[in-house]
Design a protein around this ligand. Structure first.
Ligand code: HAM
Length: 422
């Protein structure tokens, strides 16, 4: 029996990779100009890190974690998201002592045992950013600006920024009480999970995919009506910054996001082109999380981009042209093969993509291979070329050809093969 990938896990094939690299390199460039430094936390953490930060009642923790016990009986889990790990690292390594405001980004695979469907995988990738140490709306706006800049620079303009505020420990309890009362009156309409959530963590009822539960929360009280003055000022401040930089948004008071750690600002970038899995990025403020995990009382805000979903949008624009070899070195005979092997290495030092024939073959078969690979130029070395010290080059597109001195190949390469010297 042959092997194939696990359900919900997939290979990213070479022809798909160009768009991944395009997204990653744009993101890296933007992180640089916005002053974010890279951090690379591990994929495996103590399970409790996620249950304490994301929340026991969330779907992610209660249903979707890949968790198991190590030989000492400690619960471990593959990370379902990056925020908890980055906060852990911020505390563990006292990163806050170095700079008052820390801006960190990370990229990589996340794992959630969800029902796979279009745009939803069990292993997926995120580009993640966190900003620690600033409580004001300007850092919220900066973070959102970064995400929207990235999408804009990729030509993805058909996106809607949804914005909400979930309040703070001062005003959230009032909303929670109103929501609990509202849900209690409609308990018969809720699924068994949501009946429990309505008592233990009523905000999580908003995450339920069941139609009857969704109909119930559609009419639920709006969190925005319960915000305290501090939260209202923060939320207005953010909207002013966004308005001043021409970033349009819609207010969506149902946007509670699926994780418990959020306070105040939450946001999600949505698209209408991907069907049900319409969120391409999501994030928000989590002012209590760092302290909750044993760190100082520092605020935080961040976001994560769903790479697979953005790639799907980029695929609709087409793929960047595939790279092809600059030079194919065709050699005939043992002596020429040995010489061409060294020649290929010298040309690679100039930064050229150089292919050679690994086995021995006729000139015809080597030219065929060069053509298949899409090589731009072919360098032919046979007995005649060895004795004259010159190789024959051919441009595969124009069919133009000529001789090049083998001793002086590097200098010729820069001109003939458009190699950029390192
Ligand atoms: P999240 O909304 O759970 O937030 O995930 C962020 C993005 O990851 C989603 O908008 C979506 O594009 C993508 N995503 C999530 N699950 C899947 C899946 N199963 N398959 C494919 N893509 C998926 C977080 O993870 C937070 N940690 C974001 C954050 C950072 N908040 C503050 N800082």
């Amino acid at each position: 029996m042959g092997f194939s990938t696990i359900k919900g896990f997939r290979d990213i094939l070479p022809e798909e990779v160009a768009n991944w690299q395009r997204l990653e390199s744009r993101a890296r460039r933007l992180f640089h100009v916005y002053g974010f430094q890279e951090i690379r936390p591990p994929l495996l953490e103590y399970q409790e890190l996620f249950s304490r930060s994301i929340g026991e009642e969330t779907d992610i923790v209660s249903k979707q974690m890949y968790s198991f016990q190590d030989s000492k009986g400690r619960g471990l889990a593959l990370r379902p998201e990056a925020t908890a790990s980055v906060v852990r690292a911020y505390i563990q390594h006292n990163l806050y002592k170095k700079y008052p405001v820390q801006k960190l980004f990370s990229t990589g695979a996340m794992f959630r045992h969800e029902n796979p469907q279009k745009g939803r995988f069990r292993q997926f990738h995120q580009i993640n950013a966190e900003l620690f140490g600033d409580p004001g709306p300007k850092s919220d706006a900066d973070i959102i600006h970064l995400v929207m800049d990235l999408f804009r620079s990729l030509g993805l303009t058909d996106l809607i920024l949804n914005l909400n505020s979930l309040g703070c420990p001062e005003c959230r309890p009032r909303f929670r009480a109103a929501l609990t009362g509202y849900l209690a009156d409609r308990g018969d309409l809720l699924c068994p999970d949501c009946k429990r959530r309505a008592r233990t963590n009523p905000l999580r009822v908003f995450d339920c995919k069941k139609q009857t539960c969704q109909e119930v929360v559609a009419e639920a009280p709006s969190v925005l009506e319960f915000l305290c003055d501090h939260c209202i000022n923060h939320f207005h401040g953010l909207q002013e910054y966004l308005g001043a930089s021409d970033i349009s948004f819609v207010l969506n008071h149902h946007l509670v996001r699926g994780l418990d750690y959020y306070t105040r600002t939450t946001f999600e970038v949505q698209t209408e082109s991907l069907g049900a899995q319409n969120a391409v990025a999501g994030g928000g403020r989590y002012d209590g999380l760092i302290r909750q995990l044993g760190g100082p009382d520092h605020p935080g805000i961040g976001f994560a981009i769903g790479v697979e979903r953005v790639i799907e949008l980029l695929e609709k624009q087409g793929r960047p042209p595939l790279q092809t070899p600059d030079i194919f070195v065709a050699a005939l005979g043992k002596e020429a093969e040995q010489l061409s092997f060294g020649l290929a290495q010298r040309l690679r030092k100039l930064g050229a993509w150089v292919e050679t024939n690994y086995g021995s073959g006729s000139l015809k078969s080597q030219m065929k291979r060069a053509d298949r690979l899409g090589a731009k130029k072919v360098l032919i070395i046979g007995e005649d070329e060895l004795s004259s010290g010159k190789a024959l080059w051919r441009d595969m597109a124009t069919k133009e050809q000529g001789l090049v001195d083998l001793q002086d190949i590097e200098n010729h390469a820069k001109r003939l093969f458009s190699c950029a010297a390192e």
